[in-house]
Design a protein around this ligand. Structure first.
Ligand SMILES: Cc1ncc(COP(=O)(O)O)c(C=O)c1O
Length: 417
């Protein structure tokens, strides 16, 4: 018989673009006893979570709640609920997660039109606006912070262009929410999808989303109430044809925002069973964000970024991509010629317990990615990572300016920016 040992995860310094380290307060929240999902005490916590999500998404939207599942579930929920088969969906792609939007939109039956940029760069908003004018899409979907390339896409003006032409503007803010400004209302975004395991520093498992009345109007047209949840009158109405079924009902049940919003509304119409411990975790994670203050939190992320970047450059390493549009929470480093990137990553983990990431597709083996997100985004972690990276690179025979990286980072901390 196999004897399985007690769970005892090794201590780690997680410097990837997600998942990242979790504040002990969040871990503690996850260990509290379960409440029933319709217990008023629990529904009260759900409402508080909605209120805090509105603040973090910077929106007055009524709907701001988590979908159960990783961030991709939020993306799929928004796209499957909004895309009717045959809808034209415009996706400007500048990295792996743009391709994910394309892939999901296609599976929803959309006619997808892409605009493409070389990985490492972003679009000028005018290029996207011209695309919207040329293709007249029903939906424009784009990634705000593309973790695969470490770029931040400027979004100004795109929402206004969408409104002019009656398109919905959908944004993947999975990697930016809680670390970089995501101004949902100011940027006229109709639906935003966030992630928990990055700048919010909560484990993966929920996907906060928010959407406005324009998006809600579209999904309500496609709403179907489950037969088993209908009242006798509703069921009789359906049998007699008085409540017609929509031409294009939302194709997923689990990810159907029209049903999910009923569950998150005072009606509390039963859908799935809420992931209680994850909800506790998200609530605590959001409380931490708001206690710190959004602007202060963004400033903390920028400061750690400056120190990390100064250290990397002083060591003699090169940053990848267009510097004007670098994501403040991800640094992409070109792997020096002749160095085995995977061997460096595994020595960092094995000798120092520090995890950094590689990348995907064409960038696999070409860059390392270091995240400075949420609870992992600290002076201690940045200094440890720089020191360890220098040591590991020297072991690999790389030419680095020994000692310079840490000094440069410490100079940034000394002046505080
Ligand atoms: C920008 C972006 N979008 C979407 C995802 C998918 O998120 P998940 O792995 O939580 O489903 C990620 C994950 O890394 C991401 O960085």
């Amino acid at each position: 018989m196999t004897i399985y040992k007690d769970l005892s995860p090794s201590p780690r310094t997680i410097m990837t673009p997600g998942p990242v380290e979790v504040d002990p307060r969040v871990l503690r929240a996850m260990s509290y006893p379960i409440l029933g999902q319709f217990d008023p005490e629990f529904t009260g916590l759900m409402n508080e979570t909605m209120g805090m999500l509105r603040e973090v998404f910077m929106t007055g939207n009524q709907w701001a709640y988590p979908v159960d599942g990783t961030s991709r579930s939020g993306i799929e929920a928004v796209l499957v609920s909004l895309i009717e088969p045959g809808d034209v969906v415009l996706v400007p792609v500048y990295g792996r997660f743009g391709h994910l939007l394309v892939e999901i939109a296609r599976r929803c039956g959309a006619e997808v039109i892409t605009l493409e940029k070389e990985w490492g760069s972003v679009f000028a908003p005018e290029e996207i606006i011209s695309g919207i004018r040329a293709h007249r899409p029903a939906i424009v979907a784009i990634v705000h912070g593309e973790t695969s390339t470490g770029r931040l896409q400027p979004l100004d003006g795109i929402g206004a262009a969408c409104r002019e032409l009656d398109a919905l503007f959908v944004v993947d803010a999975v990697a930016t929410i809680g670390g970089v400004r995501v101004a949902t209302d100011e940027w006229e975004i109709d639906a935003v999808m966030g992630g928990t395991q990055k700048c919010l520093s909560v484990p993966a498992g929920l996907a906060p989303v928010t959407y406005n009345d324009r998006a809600e109007a579209k999904l309500l047209k496609r709403k179907v109430i489950e037969r088993g949840l209908m009242t006798a009158e509703e069921a009789a109405g359906r049998m007699s044809g008085a409540s017609p079924t929509p031409d294009f009902p939302i194709q997923s049940n689990y990810l159907d925002l029209s049903q999910l919003q009923d569950y998150w509304s005072p009606a509390r119409l039963n859908h799935h069973t809420e992931a209680t411990s994850m909800l506790y975790a998200l609530r605590e994670g959001l409380r931490l964000v708001l206690e710190e203050g959004l602007e202060q939190r963004f400033a903390r992320h920028r400061l750690q970024e400056s120190a990390l970047v100064a250290g990397i450059e002083a060591m003699g390493l090169r940053l990848f991509g267009d510097p004007a549009h670098k994501m403040p929470v991800v640094a992409c480093i070109e792997i020096p010629e002749g160095i085995d990137g995977e061997s460096v990553r595994s020595m960092l983990l094995g000798e120092f317990g520090i995890e950094i990431a590689s990348s995907f597709g064409a960038l696999k083996g070409r860059i390392w990615r270091i995240g400075t997100m949420g609870y992992s985004c600290s002076k201690r972690n940045v200094l440890l990572t720089l020191g360890a990276l220098e040591a590991v690179l020297l072991r690999h025979g790389a030419k680095v300016d020994a000692g310079a990286g840490l000094q440069a980072a410490m100079d940034v901390y000394a002046i505080g920016r």
